[in-house]
Design a protein around this ligand. Structure first.
Ligand SMILES: [Zn+2]
Length: 237
């Protein structure tokens, strides 16, 4: 029986047999890991509170017959506020779904840290709805090799002064001369919304004031870009 200790966040949990829960944990060391919480559905179960989605902890896993069984949980952060506020909850679900879709069975500490920063900000700060999600997405694109440049045309490198276009083929902002069939114009509102969120660190996102339209339209653009880059959609409430 091999014992492994991992640090991770629960991103999914499903009923398994009568009394167990099968969880997917996104870990620093191993990427996505599936693990069983045995007998945790009862009122008095020892790890009852630590099987929930968003739980950030150090998990001890015992590997028996090819299955990981959780034998110990040392809580790092419960992110309890996320389940107390419906808007925060749905936004956190979008972030978790992105990790579910893009995370694989390999360690990616940079992506993991980005995930933690986003959940932490959402849990502790009062930020306008979906701004944390937009910040997370911009950084996810950057980490995956599709950075969005807000100062110059991604194609000809000229400073963009006039109309701006988003080229879905490459997930980049281009000028009028470099636009292609798969480019569409980005409104000044979307451009400034994305630009300001991009240059603001997580801990200062709470100071950003943007109207609902700017946030909604920016999220639609990033969601389209996500589908073009990764071939799937993520959950948006
Ligand atoms: Zn250009």
């Amino acid at each position: 029986m091999a014992t492994t200790k991992v640090k991770g966040i629960i991103i999914e949990n499903k009923d398994y047999k009568e009394k167990d829960i099968l969880a997917t944990i996104y870990t620093v060391e191993l990427g996505k890991v599936r693990a069983l919480f045995k007998g945790v559905k009862g009122e008095k179960a020892k790890m009852k509170a630590h099987k929930n989605i968003f739980t950030f902890a150090e998990f001890v896993l015992e590997n028996t017959k090819g299955n990981n069984i959780v034998s110990q949980v040392d809580l790092i952060e419960g992110f309890y506020n996320l389940s107390q506020d419906l808007d925060k909850f749905y936004e956190a679900c979008s972030i978790v779904d992105i990790v579910k879709k893009l995370g694989n069975e390999q360690s990616d500490p940079v992506f993991f840290l980005e995930f933690v920063k986003a959940l932490k900000n959402l849990n502790y700060s009062v930020v306008l709805k979906n701004i944390t999600l937009i910040k997370f997405l911009i950084n996810v694109f950057k980490g995956a090799g599709y950075p969005i440049n807000f100062s110059e045309c991604a194609s000809c490198k000229a400073k963009i002064t006039g109309k701006k276009y988003f080229n879905l083929d490459f997930g980049e902002i281009v000028c009028g001369n470099c636009r292609k069939n798969t480019s569409f114009e980005i409104t000044p509102l979307i451009f400034s919304c994305l630009k300001i969120i991009n240059q603001t660190p997580y801990e200062k996102l709470k100071s950003i004031k943007i109207n609902d339209e700017g946030i909604t339209d920016s999220l639609i653009l990033l969601s389209d870009n996500f589908e073009w880059r990764f071939g799937c959609k993520f959950f948006i409430a």
